[in-house]
Ligand binder design. Structure first.
Ligand code: ADP
Ligand code: MG
Length: 379
């Protein structure tokens, strides 16, 4: 990462010594949306955008940190229980507290960190920050005895208990377990996972960020969850993971038209993830792309979590012959993820920028991503 040199220089001037460099990554999710709370599969991978931190024990019971990107220092005592005010400090404080809560060791340390994951764009910069520090503190103070799943849970609990974000495990999981050239199919019920090769030679993976986030009043997320739970009860299954289209159709009369469409999306999405796994084993990226478009269609028409801007970007992708394109994340704004043939890339990006700007008055942001390693020690 570009900022690595800067981190080292600032660490040296700030603390007059050298530490150990750690990094963790942001993530994408290729397919498997709104499946986590239905006991289904997600399919994330870590990307070549990171949080990097140089860290050294300081022999005290205090943590001293400098955030290059926020241009701000912070410190806290390891005995303290009051949550810090600054948002970025909460993540590091939370990770320390959660390790201690689990009986792990955290001693005083000095750290300087920076990142190149866009904040709040849906690439999980917060999970990368948690994972970077969780991984580092495990290495520095716990002889790496905390297993990787627990490190991911430490990040997740940090979001729950210190940041008020009631997230699932996918982001932290991807940031910790990510491996260069592989996506991971995570079973959100059993927590089993499997690596699948993802080396789309001749294609690029690019995110187009609409830079809009529609705040909706009537908590659409909870409503979607309730629909899924209602249908699962009607079908007599624990979650929609256990349902198939035949089951759904045989109960169609007992289900509202809206709930039917919600369930149709979730059941379809489970199958699409499995199809993508098969396709990747054959290196068949055209099928991967088709399933991505189907997911977009389902999210837009059946699950109704898209928005005008994202449907607009999806339509442009289709027009430009992009192999696969869909909303990434919960919906109502954020990015589309696109699998694009190298020779169509320039035209797609230029067309998307021009048309989107003309329609909505601002440029979308473009992030090229490559599937890369998650949390690791750098030196
Ligand atoms: P995201 O979808 O990117 O995870 P969040 O709102 O969950 O968005 O997390 C963003 C927050 O994470 C920022 O407000 C900041 O507190 C913290 N953060 C992320 N990256 C950095 C960074 N490079 N430096 C300092 N803090 C960061
Ligand atoms: Mg986040």
């Amino acid at each position: 990462m570009k900022k690595e040199k800067e981190i080292r220089e600032i660490f040296k001037t700030h603390f007059e010594k050298e530490g150990t460099m750690y990094a963790s990554a942001g993530r994408i999710n290729l397919i498997g949306e709104h499946t986590d709370y239905n006991g289904g599969f997600v399919f994330p991978g870590a990307i070549d955008k990171y949080i990097m931190a140089e860290i050294a024990p300081n022999g005290t019971d205090h943590v001293r940190i400098y955030s290059i990107d926020m241009n701000e220092p912070a410190s806290f005592g390891l005995e303290e229980t009051d949550i810090p005010n600054a948002q970025w400090v909460k993540y590091i404080f939370g990770v320390c507290r959660e390790i201690i809560k689990r009986g792990g060791q955290v001693r005083g340390f000095d750290a300087v960190f920076a990142g190149d994951i866009p904040l709040g764009a849906g690439l999980s910069s917060s999970a990368a920050l948690e994972s970077c520090f969780a991984y580092a503190l495990n290495d520095l103070f716990n002889e790496n005895k905390i297993d990787k799943f627990e490190l991911a849970r430490i990040g997740q609990s940090t979001e729950h208990n210190y940041c008020g974000v009631n997230c699932g495990i996918m982001d932290q999981f991807a940031s910790i377990f990510g491996k260069k050239g592989y996506l991971m199919r995570l079973d959100c019920r059993s927590m089993d996972f499997e690596y699948y090769p993802f080396n789309p030679e001749g294609y690029k993976l690019v995110l187009v960020d609409s830079v809009v986030k529609h705040e909706l009043v009537d908590s659409p997320y909870n409503k979607r969850r309730e629909s899924c739970e209602r249908v699962a009860r009607t079908l007599g299954v624990e979650t929609l993971r256990d349902a198939d289209m035949d089951m759904l159709d045989s109960h169609k009369q007992e289900i509202s038209e809206e709930d039917y469409r919600r369930a149709r999306f979730v059941i379809g999405e489970k199958q699409r993830v499995l199809d993508v796994c098969d396709a990747l084993e054959r290196g068949d990226y055209e099928t991967v792309g088709k399933r991505m478009y189907e997911t977009h269609e389902g999210l837009s028409q059946d699950y109704e979590v898209s928005c005008e801007e994202l449907d607009f970007l999806n339509a442009i992708a289709k027009e430009c012959g992009v192999t696969g394109s869909r909303i990434m994340g919960g919906g109502f704004g954020g990015c589309t993820i696109n699998l694009v043939k190298d020779n169509l890339y320039d035209n797609f990006i230029n067309t998307a920028k021009t048309k989107f700007t003309k329609q909505y008055g601002h440029e979308p942001k473009i992030y090229d991503v490559v599937i890369s390693d998650g949390a690791h020690k750098c030196n």
